[in-house]
Design a protein around this ligand. Structure first.
Ligand SMILES: [Zn+2]
Length: 228
């Protein structure tokens, strides 16, 4: 049996049981099965499925997405570093995480350990890069005649923002996850945050300065918005 929701077809298995009501289950692997009383006609089961199609389909999608996210850090999985694809390679011999060509060797036995090692490796790299890009952007603003402080940079783990600027204390916080994107994205966020030293809000004046300083802003901002 199957049901369709939003143009997508979901297969499901039926299991007959000594029971009173029809029940739908979404398993951990995203498959659907329906348990139904022994004598309920198939048409009734089908109708029940169709009535609950939205809820079941959403559940299947959620479970599948969760599963996919978990496998991002499996041995052999693909990750991104500065916009380039790299492949994870587990080793059970204690070592520093190293990137050679496009293979990232990490000391890990489970996906959880690999995720942790990957994250530490990204953080250790971003400190140096962010300092360099931050200084470059600062010098560019200064040369253009803007009065901005040389920002103190903090690396943060943020889930909803790429960066933030605290103008009063001359501080810029940067998300370490930016390290997965092309370096131009890092520049885009720095130009954005540096512009906040002059304009707190995303006003017309804000964008006038931002586009003057970094004309390709929209292009790289779109890359960041794409993946979310
Ligand atoms: Zn902003």
């Amino acid at each position: 049996m199957e049901f369709t929701y939003n143009g997508k077809t979901y297969p499901c298995q039926i299991r007959r049981k000594q029971m009173k009501y029809i029940r739908i289950h979404v398993r951990e692997d995203g498959s659907v099965y329906v348990s139904a009383p022994l004598h309920v006609p198939v048409s009734v089961i089908q109708q029940f499925l169709e009535e609950n199609a939205a809820a079941v389909a959403n559940r299947v999608e959620a479970v599948s997405a969760q599963k996919a996210a978990q496998h991002c850090f499996a041995d052999g999985a693909v990750q991104y570093f500065l916009g380039k694809k790299i492949r994870l390679h587990y080793t059970d011999r204690p070592c520093h995480t190293t990137l050679e060509q496009d293979v990232l060797t990490l000391f890990a036995r489970t996906e959880e350990e690999a995720q942790h090692a990957f994250r530490q490796w990204m953080i250790s790299h971003c400190v140096e890069l962010y300092r360099k890009v931050g200084r470059e952007v600062y010098e560019h603003f200064t040369q253009a005649g803007y009065r901005v402080p040389l920002a103190r940079i903090e690396v943060k783990d943020m889930t909803t923002r790429w960066g933030s600027c605290t103008a009063s204390s001359g501080r810029i916080s940067m998300n370490f996850r930016l390290m997965q994107y092309p370096v131009e994205c890092v520049y885009a966020v720095f130009y954005h945050e540096y512009t906040h030293f002059m304009e707190q809000n995303h006003s017309k004046a804000f964008y006038r300065i931002l586009y003057q300083m970094f004309p390709a802003y929209d292009k790289w901002d779109a890359v960041l918005k794409q993946k979310g």
